[in-house]
Design a protein around this ligand. Structure first.
Ligand code: F0G
Length: 405
């Protein structure tokens, strides 16, 4: 196991506490020797145990297993969605429901690894900038680990459920008069100068190692098969890379064959990566004032953009944008056709799938998995705002009958 820069290829020891490459500033990734990894695999356990992040511990960059901080993350349902498949017009459609994680989003998969690394490094405080889910998750895992947690949030732009969680788990929260991108650059500066504070945003190379397990679990739950396509929302852009990496590593060690076409979705008001993919750019152009109802992915300058672009291009995938209206319609479809409640950012996957099938970019014969990243209850205000208005009536039988329609 080692850290490797995705830009200049420099290699570093796995116990180095770097966020980015000290030589060129590029993003870091954890790499394994395939032969060493194959030796470590417990095939019987892999083929029999039910999915969870730590089922795949051979792929995790942990040096001291006694330090693992877990709230039983992963093992989320992979729903077979026939009603939705018919509505959209694809052969086989699944939804990987990450809202079923302990704090209601996929972030828990990364935090169980990230906070364990924080304990290995011996720090006392962990920190992040967040649109809400990262902070809720980090605050919970920090609480479990007995660490202090510092959070910078874009003031008034974090969904209520996420804010309530972060407050209740006891984090020190500083709302800033600025957006996520500004919050991230400030907290990064704090963590570079204050070595006692450990940064756990997804630029941290260890967090995506936990998130890889979304890919592992999908393959596992499909009977060690790889779907044709994975559709993922993109915000700060670590998750699409992590899932790609998961399939890549399974392929490398021979557990599965091939890599799905990674398909990233962004909201129209914040779509720097979609723009780069469509225009064939080498580098993306940041969006200065991102805006969307999907506040989780209201990000204009995604730190992991270069990783997302690689994942999409290497897997022959694509990227597409959707409007807030399309997101809301998809959120209702998921809830009303399948009983799956998701927050707006997660619904962008179904909106994107519908759009790409309509455009003929996605073939109707494909086997597709949409990754819904966060629970409906994360953003109750949005759910109420976009649903039919309620009408109060007198507490009388006849009045109620009149309103049954
Ligand atoms: N979906 C949800 C529900 C999210 O909360 C996020 C990111 C994403 C998708 C995008 O994932 O950043 O890996 O591309 N939320 C971060 C946060 C930014 O602070 O909670 P990504």
């Amino acid at each position: 196991m080692r850290l490797e820069c995705i830009e200049c290829g420099s290699k570093f020891k796995i116990d180095e506490r770097f966020y980015t490459c000290p030589k060129c500033g590029g993003l870091l990734e954890v790499e394994f020797e395939p032969s060493e990894l194959k030796r470590k695999l417990d095939l019987k356990r892999l083929k029999t145990e039910t999915p969870s992040v730590w089922k795949y511990n051979a792929f995790m960059p942990i040096l001291d297993k006694t330090k693992i901080v877990s709230l039983h993350e992963g093992g989320t349902p992979l729903y077979h969605c026939d009603n939705l498949a018919k509505e959209i017009g694809v052969r086989e459609l699944y939804v990987k429901c990450e809202g079923a994680n302990p704090t209601g989003s996929f972030k828990d998969r990364g935090m169980t690894v990230g906070v364990t690394k924080a304990l290995e490094f011996g720090v006392k405080t962990v920190a992040c900038a967040s649109t809400g889910n990262t902070s809720a998750s980090l605050a919970a895992y920090a609480a479990k680990a007995g660490l202090k947690c510092l959070v910078l949030l874009p003031s008034k732009k974090v969904a209520l459920g996420k804010l309530a969680q972060t407050m209740m788990y006891g984090a020190k929260i500083i709302p800033i008069k600025g957006n996520f991108d500004e919050a991230l650059s400030l907290v990064t500066k704090i963590c570079e100068e204050r070595k006692d504070i450990y940064l756990l945003n997804s630029v941290n190379p260890f967090r995506p190692q936990g998130q890889k397990t979304i890919g592992f679990e999908i393959a596992d739950q499909l009977g060690w098969e790889v779907p044709d396509r994975i559709v993922v929302p993109m915000g700060n852009c670590a998750n699409i890379w992590a899932i790609y990496k998961g399939f890549f590593e399974f392929d490398t060690v021979g557990l599965t064959k091939g890599i799905p076409m990674m398909t990233g979705i962004q909201a129209e008001g914040s779509m720097p990566i979609v723009d780069a993919i469509k225009r064939g750019l080498k580098k993306f152009v940041p969006v200065r004032k991102p805006e969307t109802i999907a506040t989780a992915i209201r990000i204009g300058n995604p730190v992991n953009g270069p990783k997302a672009i690689r994942a999409i291009r290497n897997s022959k995938g694509t990227a597409e944008s959707v409007t807030d209206k399309e997101i809301i319609a998809a959120q209702k479809m998921l809830a009303r056709l399948e009983g799956i409640g998701v927050e707006p950012a997660s619904a962008s996957t179904v909106a994107g799938l519908k759009k790409l099938v309509g455009m003929g970019v996605i073939d109707r014969n494909e086997k597709v998995v949409c990754v819904t990243t966060g629970n409906l209850l994360k953003d109750p205000e949005e759910a109420i705002q976009v649903s039919e208005k309620l009408l109060e009536v007198e507490a009388k039988y006849d009045e109620i009958i009149k309103h049954l329609g």
